[in-house]
Write a protein that binds this ligand. Structure first.
Ligand code: TXA
Ligand code: MG
Length: 375
């Protein structure tokens, strides 16, 4: 079937617009539709329809043991589905929803949620996106919408409709083009279990923002040997962040998605870190020159401040180091541009490792398949 496309102005959208009604009818009829959220584009299907959910896995080429996030338009939709009673959960919802925080919660038995959504786990990941198109679509479809990021598995998440079209146009039923997404990185995923909060995926909401809301909460990190209580000081917070980025070392990740390759461009990528910007620059330039003389098409991912200091086949800036949220917004688009230029060897310069910068670095590390050099 040909993919249907709707162009919707996010500022002017409402529940009764024909485009939303039409897209919602497709969801209700068991089709899958890509739509913008504030983080990245999602590929949505009615979470109660197993055949529709299974087609999402098929379209993405996603392993069936990697569960999906369910998107809601109103917290009342979760009654009888997950256990929301814990006061920490209530406070997180009040503070961050709608917004880029995903909560993994105990699933109440005998719900309408398809077991394909949870990959058979006894928990369900839920979030309320902060995007008018996503919210109106969910409300009009009048169901919970299961939606992973709308990319082929392993590729960077899509932050523009054209990314979705490039990856999935002949595999999905429709797309709502609502322009570029605002945040550009996926939601933060946390789980409440045994009266502790586990950070499963770094994301748009930083550990500092979370502990400002729940200073007394105990946190468990993906590495079982690291456990911290009440992360109120800057020091313990940075400890949390550092440990979270090492989650790939865990043999049995709590979040199944962590064990798969992510965000990777086609070219071989190396992330270069270091305390001396000059040494980093020299290392990158030399590595790029050496690769070029081996016949590689070289690419350098950098920032406005350093862009003019490099020479390679393709030099791309993700924005200014002074505005890390702008870097987050353009990161995946920039990674995809290297593919468009058929770059075979990419050197990426690390940004600052604070706040949202820490999440950006975690994505760059994954994009580089943990091929990281500290110079
Ligand atoms: O910002 C986002 O979160 C985007 C937009 C579309 O909402 N969605 C997204 O979905 O990034 P996806 O499927 O690409 O990533 C979901 C992550 C995966 O790492 C998955 O393993 C984890 O959430 N996850 C989902 N359900 C889980 C569960 N029950 N327990 C543990 N981890 C879960
Ligand atoms: Mg994804």
């Amino acid at each position: 079937m040909r993919m249907k496309q709707w162009n919707i102005d996010a500022e002017a959208v409402n529940l009764y617009s024909n485009e939303i009604k039409e897209a919602a009818a497709h969801i209700a009829a068991g089709r899958n539709i890509a739509f913008p959220t504030e983080t990245v584009y999602g590929l949505g299907a009615d979470a109660a329809q197993t055949a529709a959910v299974d087609r999402i896995f098929e379209a993405k080429g996603r392993p069936s043991d990697n569960p999906l996030i369910v998107h809601i338009g109103d917290a009342n939709q979760l009654h009888g589905i997950v256990d929301l009673s814990h006061h920490w959960i209530q406070r997180l919802i009040t503070a961050f929803w709608p917004g880029p925080l995903t909560l993994v919660l105990p699933l109440i038995s005998d719900t309408s949620i398809s077991p394909s959504v949870t990959a058979g786990l006894p928990t369900l990941a839920v979030r309320m996106p902060d995007h008018p198109i996503a919210l109106e679509l969910i409300r009009a479809a009048d169901c919970l919408i299961a939606a992973p990021s709308a990319n082929r598995s392993g590729k960077p998440s899509p932050t523009r409709a054209e990314h979705v079209i490039a990856d999935l146009s002949d595999r999905i039923d429709g797309i709502i083009d609502g322009g570029p997404t605002g945040v550009g990185l996926e939601s933060t995923v946390i789980e409440l279990a045994d009266n502790e909060l586990r950070m499963l995926r770094l994301g748009a909401i930083t550990p500092n923002q979370l502990s400002a809301v729940l200073p007394e909460a105990s946190w468990v990190l993906p590495n079982p040997s690291s456990k911290h209580t009440s992360p109120t000081s800057e020091q313990s917070l940075s400890l949390i962040s550092d440990t979270v980025s090492q989650s790939h070392e865990v043999n049995t990740p709590r979040s199944p998605g962590l064990k798969y390759t992510h965000y990777a461009p086609t070219g071989k990528m190396t992330l270069v870190k270091g305390t001396s910007p000059e040494r980093v620059r020299q290392w990158i330039q030399q590595a790029s020159d050496a690769a070029q003389s081996r016949g590689e098409k070289t690419g350098i991912l950098t920032y406005d401040e350093h862009k003019d200091h490099y020479e390679a086949d393709v030099v791309l800036s993700c924005g200014t180091l002074r505005k890390p949220y702008d870097i987050a917004q353009s990161l995946y688009h920039t990674l995809r541009l290297f593919d468009e230029h058929h770059v075979s060897y990419i050197l990426a310069e690390a940004c600052h490792d604070t706040g949202i910068g820490h999440t950006i670095l975690s994505r760059l590390e994954q994009a580089a398949s943990y091929n990281v050099v500290d110079v």
